[in-house]
Design a protein around this ligand. Structure first.
Ligand SMILES: [Zn+2]
Ligand SMILES: [Zn+2]
Ligand SMILES: [Zn+2]
Length: 456
């Protein structure tokens, strides 16, 4: 049941003479659960005469503001905007595999792999594995050792897909929490070293110098980070070989999928990142886990372009909250026990705070990124020449919406060369009041009853 306060807010909005305009603003945000409020104006002025051709101000809008979508990629914060981001990511990844959005279709003939780089083990965790459709026992060991904390290192349960113990250590006191958060923190560096090693290996295999390689081949990639249940990231990447001018140019004949797969395998096993010793923490060297998955992407084969694009797009809108942490910053001053955290996530966060306080590890900024369990990299990244950009996809959509506004007479058609456009915007808050949130949900079909997070 909505609170009396929410109902009162709803009634007053419904009785507002500007209700119709408010409702159309809300519909235009596409169900965004935390729209940004902007205050400001747009003026179109004739460059030659100085005449004011058209003027728009938020002064006449409901509450004196324009509501625009928050455009987050995080599904946990705004499902509607994250869905737009997911769809854009899909388009972007797909264009690099099948062509389109300015990428020629000939790109389908370029060698292209779907690669998963994993983290190493930091201790035994509860897992669910299937074989031929049957769920296997988690970690069955007949003569299992007992750990120094008195726990038997065996679990014979066949876990359900949604069991909360999945990803949690058999013994939290044996688990290498430091290793886990350090790996997250250094995984972007590990990835960077991996791409350098990949180039070196490709050049060596073809008998070329690195400069000669660049004159013949461009390695393009798009990758996404995914949190495993144990709270450590791994990467899924599309890696493609193009000619020297990117996707429009064919790679040389020697640059086949086999050569690329060999280079990926070699680079993944060759690279490492050192971590300096700090107080009681020993120095260590971080590497990728032994599990490496390399699969060719083909148009009609086992792993299709649609499947890969869908997979990457899905993970692009997720973050660490799926592991049971929070999707906002936490501070060492917060009482971690009072926050709605899974025990495993709580220990990972506490470990970030502990290591983040050490001078030798200050560069990793573990305290600031504790809520991400140490990972501060970008969730989805791509090389410059992979395909199109988010900017271009958004520009296309904005252009489409502008054309629609012109054709329905809402915006006059001006020649951009002769008209000066002056815009002034300021941030004036975000979100909905409780009553507005109920109405907005009804108007857009979005579900955000837990909202009402108005910030002003
Ligand atoms: Zn939104
Ligand atoms: Zn288990
Ligand atoms: Zn133990």
């Amino acid at each position: 049941m909505p609170s009396p306060h929410a109902v009162a807010g709803m009634v007053s909005r419904l009785n507002d003479p500007h209700y119709a305009r408010w409702a159309s603003q809300v519909r235009a945000t596409g169900g965004c659960r935390q729209p940004i409020h902007l205050r400001g104006k747009v003026q179109h002025i004739d460059r030659a005469t100085g005449e004011l051709l058209h003027s728009y101000s938020t002064r006449t809008e409901p509450d004196g503001v324009l509501r625009v979508p928050c455009k987050t990629r995080r599904a946990s914060r705004c499902p509607a905007c994250a869905e737009v981001y997911r769809a854009d990511t899909y388009q972007l990844i797909r264009a690099g595999l099948a062509g389109g959005k300015g990428v020629p279709e000939t790109v389908t003939a370029h060698p292209c792999l779907f690669v998963t780089l994993t983290a190493p083990s930091f201790g035994v965790v509860h897992t669910r594995r299937e074989k031929n459709g049957k769920v296997l026992p988690c970690h069955a060991r007949r003569d299992a050792a007992t750990c120094p904390h008195g726990r038997v290192m065996s679990c014979t349960a066949r876990h359900g897909a949604e069991e909360t113990c999945l990803g949690e250590p058999l013994c939290p006191d044996c688990y290498d929490y430091a290793g886990s958060v350090l790996f997250n923190a250094l995984s972007p560096e590990l990835w960077r070293r991996f791409t350098l090693a990949l180039h070196r290996r490709l050049a060596k295999a073809a008998g070329l110098t690195q400069r000669e390689l660049r004159e013949q081949v461009t390695v393009s990639f798009a990758k996404v980070a995914e949190y495993q249940r144990r709270g450590v990231v791994h990467f899924h990447a599309v890696i493609r070989l193009d000619g020297p001018d990117g996707p429009a140019s064919p790679p040389p004949a020697w640059a086949m999928a086999d050569a690329l797969a060999d280079a990926v395998r070699h680079a993944a096993s060759a690279v490492s990142v050192p971590v300096p010793a700090a107080e009681s923490e020993p120095a260590r060297v971080l590497r990728w886990g032994a599990q490496l998955d390399i699969r060719p992407i083909t148009m009609g084969g086992e792993l299709t372009d649609q499947a890969v694009a869908g997979y990457i797009a899905k993970y692009a809108t997720k973050a660490a909250e799926c592991v049971g942490t929070l999707d906002r910053r936490v501070s060492p001053l917060d009482d971690l026990d009072a926050l709605p955290l899974r025990a495993h996530a709580r220990r990972l966060i506490a470990e970030c705070f502990r290591l983040g306080a050490l001078d030798e590890l200050a560069d990793l900024r573990l305290t600031q990124w504790a809520h991400m369990l140490g990972f501060r990299g970008h969730f989805s990244t791509k090389s410059r020449r992979y395909s199109t950009t988010f900017g271009q996809i958004r520009e296309e959509r904005a252009e489409h919406m502008r054309a629609e506004a012109v054709s329905t007479g809402r915006l006059p058609l001006f020649d951009e060369d002769t008209v000066l456009v002056i815009t002034e915007w300021e941030y004036a808050g975000q979100g909905y009041s409780l009553g507005d949130a109920l109405l907005a949900a009804a108007l857009t079909g979005a579900r955000f009853s837990d909202s009402g997070g108005l910030r002003e």
